[in-house]
Design a protein around this ligand. Structure first.
Ligand code: ADP
Length: 630
């Protein structure tokens, strides 16, 4: 029942007759809806008519719950009936009604009861909550939309006060850092003692937006950053920072640039290297021949001179090999190989006698890889030699290999099984501005550097379907990581060792090369070894000799300028002498596809030991015999 405590004060203030007039005035003028009812409406004030849309004339024959929304109708009816029978019901609650037009409206109603002539009546106020409800629903929806956007964004979002304190961080950042509200952004996010050099807070404080790519050397990562001013009610600008990791895209861009530079150089390199190889083959051949002939009469000093000549030739051979890796035909001849031994040999070879110590950590169960061991050996040498040069006063190199199942694409690598090889040195490191250039051909910071080492590594690794990455900071050493796809095969290719022995052969050999010096050198060497040898400088001569020659073996140059090369003459040779064995020779590295019609392949320049190793393999009746070749 209504508690009229306050009416005592009113009756003290006002004459009771005026009080009822005041009550009526209040009812008519208040913006709050007031209504009196039992089951039916007995009275509604003008505000009630206005906010509900119902006129009293329409309401007076209605039960109160009839204008209530069906969702609330039962509850309201129960409560009204309870009150009218003297029971308790909640004094205020929220409900929805339906206007005459069928629109939904929200109200907060507060009810009291009073008795008159032994009957219970209800008097209630109704406050229109529709606008507030709609607004807060809209706000909640918008907020949850924004929240979803903020938290589903696969980047970092945070806001910062004008004095670098974190105000908000999105879920992704929160996961990495925990709860960081109020902490200094440069300290918590970037681990720095001072504001970051790329910070845009100054511009943002002036109300400007900033977009830029930033590089974080500590993580070797690139981010695209959008910084936007947020005006706070106190008039100051907070900064909203949005960071997207674009490291992969940046690396891809650099790769594309590198590849296009490499392609143009490869054309040039290929041509030079091919000619150079022919010359070298002749020089190496003649030196070996001369040495063999004079062997018994050579003094120690002359022997030393020969050694020096050979060494210079091998260095030149190394250079041509490097150039050829750029060349169009320079694709690797891959064989299933185990990296363990190869890494151990190459690293120790490159560092022996230096003041750099090394530590290898290579598991026995390392996956096999499909590699051209010569080319890949060059990759390892280049990296190890760079490390050695980066530690002029000595230091340590760590070489680690492990199996890696890459689920996420890394650079251009597809997900799959890889071998990861890491070379970490403690040398001078690479300054940030130099880092993007080190794989560029001819980029060097060394006085006598060629700038080809890493460009070649990059090119070779690409041709092996792999990837190379570098991490370094000036003064803090450098780490190179190589990823090579694991081989599908389980057994490594077994290599016939080249025997350092004089060869005793028999049989008829045909040499086909346009270079006279090569023909003659080879001829003489093979003859010394016991073969009968004929030569041909072009296809015409070859066909003529092959018709009658009954050869056991033909050594064929791949390309004869202006005429038929090895591939084209092969069918003629086979038609005259079906049992003939053939060796293809060229300065190019070839794909196995191109070699498949021949019994063997020799890459110029080759030593005679290499030639004999090949002959021994395809003509087993010939073999190296006992005599050592120094
Ligand atoms: P080069 O050794 O002839 O200079 P590279 O292509 O092998 O050519 O290397 C390019 C550059 O990369 C070097 O000149 C050097 O500045 C840098 N570099 C490569 N490896 C390292 C390393 N381990 N430590 C420091 N700098 C290195």
């Amino acid at each position: 029942m209504a508690d009229f405590k306050s009416s005592k004060t009113i009756s003290q203030l006002f004459d009771p007759n005026i009080a009822s007039e005041l009550f009526y005035l209040l009812l008519e003028s208040t913006p709050v809806g007031v209504y009196i009812y039992r089951e039916n409406f007995i009275y509604v004030n003008p505000a009630f008519e206005r906010i509900t849309g119902w006129n009293f004339s329409e309401l007076k024959n209605k039960k109160v719950w009839e204008i209530v929304h069906p969702d609330y109708q039962e509850t309201v009816k129960e409560r009204i009936l309870a009150r009218l029978s003297g029971k308790k019901a909640p004094p205020s609650y929220e409900l929805k009604i339906l206007t005459p037009k069928g629109e939904e409206k929200w109200f907060e109603v507060s009810v009291v009861t009073f008795k008159k002539d032994e009957q219970i009546f209800c008097i209630a106020t109704a406050i229109d909550l529709t606008k507030i409800k709609n607004y807060s629903r809209h706000l909640a929806e918008t907020l949850s939309e924004y929240r979803a956007i903020l938290h589903s964004f696969d980047g970092l979002i945070y806001t910062v006060t004008p004095d670098y304190h974190l105000a908000f961080v999105n879920k992704k950042l929160e996961k990495q850092l925990g709860s960081v509200r109020g902490e200094l952004c440069y300290k918590k996010i970037f681990g720095r003692e001072e504001p970051c050099p790329w910070c845009s807070l100054k511009e943002v404080r002036e109300g400007r937006s900033v977009k830029k790519d930033i590089h974080i050397p500590e993580e070797n990562k690139w981010y695209y950053v959008v910084s936007t001013p947020l005006l706070y009610p106190n008039g100051s600008f907070y900064a909203l920072h949005l960071l997207m990791d674009i490291t992969q895209q940046k690396r891809a861009q650099q790769e594309i640039l590198r590849i296009s530079k490499l392609e143009s150089i490869s054309l040039l390199a290929g041509g030079i290297a091919h000619d150079f190889n022919n010359i070298l083959t002749a020089i190496i051949g003649n030196i070996s021949l001369l040495r063999l002939r004079l062997k018994k009469h050579l003094t120690e000093k002359e022997e030393k001179l020969f050694k020096q000549m050979e060494n210079v030739c091998f260095r030149a051979q190394g250079l041509t090999k490097q150039l050829l890796n750029f060349a169009e035909g320079g694709s690797p001849i891959k064989r299933v190989s185990s990296l363990k031994e190869m890494l151990e040999d190459t690293v120790s070879f490159c560092l022996r006698g230096s003041n750099v110590s090394w530590e290898l950590s290579i598991p026995d169960d390392l996956y096999l890889v499909d590699i051209d061991t010569v080319q890949f050996g060059q990759v390892v040498s280049n990296i190890v030699i760079n490390a050695k040069q980066a530690m002029p006063s000595g230091g340590r190199l760590w070489v680690k290999a492990r199996n890696l199942e890459s689920k996420e694409p890394r650079g251009f690598l597809k997900p799959g099984d890889y071998v990861e090889i890491t070379f970490r040195d403690e040398g001078i490191g690479i300054p940030e501005k130099v880092l993007p250039k080190i794989f560029d051909p001819y980029f060097t910071t060394k006085k006598n550097g060629s700038g080809l080492g890493l460009a070649i590594c990059h090119s070779i690794i690409k041709k092996h379907g792999g990837h190379i990455e570098v991490f370094s900071q000036e003064g803090k050493g450098a780490t190179f990581k190589i990823y090579l796809p694991a081989s599908k095969q389980e057994k490594p290719f077994s290599r016939t060792l080249i025997q350092k022995e004089i060869f005793k052969g028999k049989g008829r050999v045909l040499i086909f090369d346009d270079e006279e010096v090569i023909r003659e050198t080879l001829k003489e060497f093979l003859e010394i070894s016991g073969f009968q040898v004929e030569t041909a400088k072009d296809a015409q001569e070859l066909i003529k000799k092959a018709k009658v020659g009954n050869f056991d073996l033909a050594i064929l140059d791949l390309t004869i300028p202006g005429g038929m090369g090895a591939k084209k003459v092969l069918p003629f040779l086979k038609s005259y002498t079906p049992h003939i064995k053939t060796i293809l020779m060229t300065g190019y590295s070839l794909e196995s596809q191109k070699i498949k019609d021949f019994d063997a392949f020799l890459k110029k320049p080759f030593t005679f030991n290499e030639l004999f190793a090949v002959i021994e393999k395809i003509l087993p009746s010939n073999s190296a015999k006992n005599v050592k070749d120094k």
